[in-house]
Design a protein around this ligand. Structure first.
Ligand SMILES: *Cc1c(COP(=O)(O)O)cnc(C)c1O
Length: 294
């Protein structure tokens, strides 16, 4: 299977021509890293002859839409436990259109995913458990393939991190190829240093890893006016959409580090655009609230 994830060059403000791996272009619904994370999970599903995917996520989860779309294309059923009270939004609408069953689950019950799985589907041998965000060994293997696809070498590779699974895969890929590349990880949650432990579960050698914990903008799915303005400026100037939850924080970080002379002039930088553009729909008011941009 060939995938469409070209490398494009963008020029923005201080950034002098950084390269961007366009995983956002792989698919409009099975977006970016979620596609990579599901790739080997779906192979395992096929090998085990399962027919029904069961997964978990918040009401704005890119992973839920990705799983729903992937399931319907592979003739699989899908069910998601959705954290919190009953809501409707664009993401869940897409999930339903792709045929996913949604089970809204209070926050306390949601914490114990294996219990939710076994109490609802314990007797159903057709079901396959996929953790929140697709976190798994299979996901790490899928994400490592980003590095296999590179035809040039880079001094620095950047990615945004939620659980750190994607970063684990990238680091594994860098180490497998014995590259000198530094992997810079931008946690989008507050207190992001926990990502290091997450990554260590999958990849022991952390010598090429650098985590930047100062770009969370208040925490997961939180934004500030500075970040919102950055998104508008960046997209307006480059023609490339970025999402407010993940990739905007990563691009902001790169731009900020460049402005602080963190890199050498000749350093080659690659940013992984992990997709997540449907996340824009979750922030319509913030992003479009003032349409009279001056
Ligand atoms: C889910 C997601 C991430 C985070 O991936 P992790 O493997 O959980 O760290 C990054 N970017 C986008 C666009 C995502 O949807």
């Amino acid at each position: 299977m060939t995938i469409y994830s070209p490398i494009h060059t963008v020029n923005f403000r201080l950034l002098n021509a950084i390269s961007v791996k366009r995983d956002d272009l792989i698919d409009p619904y099975i977006s970016g890293n979620k596609w990579r994370k599901l790739k080997y999970i779906l192979k395992d599903v096929e090998a085990k002859k399962k027919t029904h995917l069961i997964t978990f996520g918040g009401a704005y989860s890119n992973h839920l839409v990705a799983t729903a779309a992937a399931a319907s294309r592979n003739n699989l059923k899908s069910t998601a436990f959705v954290r919190g009270e009953i809501v409707t939004n664009e993401m869940l609408l897409l999930c339903k259109l792709f045929g996913m069953d949604l089970i809204f689950t209070d926050r306390e019950s949601y914490k114990n995913k294996p219990l939710l799985f076994s109490s609802h589907f314990g007797n159903n041998s057709q079901t396959y458990f996929i953790d929140e965000g697709g976190a798994s060994e299979e996901a790490v293997i899928g994400c490592a393939e980003v590095i296999d696809e590179l035809t040039e070498s880079y001094d620095h590779i950047f990615c945004a991190a939620g659980t750190g699974t994607t970063a684990s895969g990238l680091l594994k890929g860098i180490n497998n190829h014995k590259l000198q590349t530094k992997l810079h990880v931008i946690p989008v949650l507050k207190g992001g240093s926990f990502i290091e432990n997450e990554i260590q579960q999958y990849e022991a050698d952390l010598s090429n890893l650098q985590i930047h914990t100062g770009y969370h903008f208040g925490g997961y799915a939180k934004t500030t006016p500075v970040l919102i303005q950055f998104i508008k400026d960046f997209t307006g100037e480059t023609g490339m959409l970025i999402d407010p939850v993940y990739t905007a924080k990563m691009f902001y970080a790169i731009n900020d580090l460049v402005s602080k002379n963190y890199f050498k002039k000749e350093d080659k930088i690659l940013a992984i655009h992990t997709g997540g553009l449907l996340g824009i729909l979750g922030m319509k008011e913030k992003l479009g609230g003032n349409l009279n941009r001056d």
